[in-house]
Write a protein that binds this ligand. Structure first.
Ligand code: MG
Length: 246
């Protein structure tokens, strides 16, 4: 079995967040027999939108490794067993902290550091900060395990958040706050379930430092853009994956 983990922002998605540019590569991978697992900082609601657009029925990993969502019936019941919780048609294995915990911590620091994040922003502000169209902004607001700090008047809040047991990730534009997890931790757990079904060859593609822990747990890694990672092969477009995995 071949499993590929794919990042969304700046890997399968371009600046306009449309599912169209990624459709060809996702469908080609599925038709080649890959299990395509989205592994993104995006929320469950956002990823459900892209999974529907691409006709995917495989598990997916939300909010930077905070939880694995496995559609019920995807794995035989003896494999998923009692791990995780059942919620709305999914078997959910959680690694992160709850959104309410993260939100509360940020609310305590917001005044001191001049913070703006999903939880204290209007829909219109979210659209301005992220560039998301309204429909997708409404899905991004449905957060379960992470916050994104869009604006800050001064730094120092990162240390205070880390002292409370949160992980603070610097992205290209924003700062992401999650529990003690990452994309690699969640992907490793999911690969463990796949391996109970038989031999697994694993792949991953991403563009940012938050994808690096993911690269550590797979057999083959592909890195979009200009960053370097000792294990990853650099590619300039996600379509190149189709060439290198033949
Ligand atoms: Mg990305």
């Amino acid at each position: 079995m071949r499993v590929i983990f794919l990042d969304l922002d700046k890997t399968l998605l371009g600046e306009d967040y449309s599912p169209e540019p990624g459709r060809k590569v996702v469908r080609a991978l599925v038709e080649t027999g890959f299990e395509v697992v989205l592994n993104s900082s995006k929320t469950r609601a956002e990823q459900e939108y892209y999974r529907k657009a691409w006709n995917l029925s495989s598990p997916f990993i939300v909010e930077n490794g905070s939880a694995v969502y496995i559609p019920e019936g995807y794995f035989p019941s003896d494999i998923v067993g009692n791990s995780g919780i059942k919620r709305e048609g999914y078997h959910v294995i959680e690694f992160g902290r709850s959104y309410s915990e993260i939100h509360s911590a940020l609310d305590e620091l917001a005044g001191k550091y001049g913070l703006k994040y999903y939880g204290n922003s209007s829909l219109e502000e979210v659209m301005v900060f992220t560039g998301l169209p309204e429909g997708l902004a409404r899905l991004a607001i449905k957060r379960e395990y992470s916050e994104t700090v869009f604006l800050w008047e001064r730094r120092g809040f990162e240390v205070e958040l880390e002292a409370r047991g949160f992980r603070v990730l610097q992205g290209s534009r924003f700062i992401n706050v999650i529990g003690e997890t990452d994309k690699g931790k969640a992907a490793g757990e999911l690969l463990g379930l796949y391996s109970l079904m038989g031999p697994v060859e694993s792949f991953a593609a991403g563009d940012g430092p938050n994808d690096f822990p993911l690269f550590e747990v797979v057999d083959h890694a592909y890195l979009m853009g200009d960053l370097r990672h000792p294990k990853a092969k650099n590619i300039s477009s996600v379509e190149e994956i189709l060439e290198v995995i033949k």
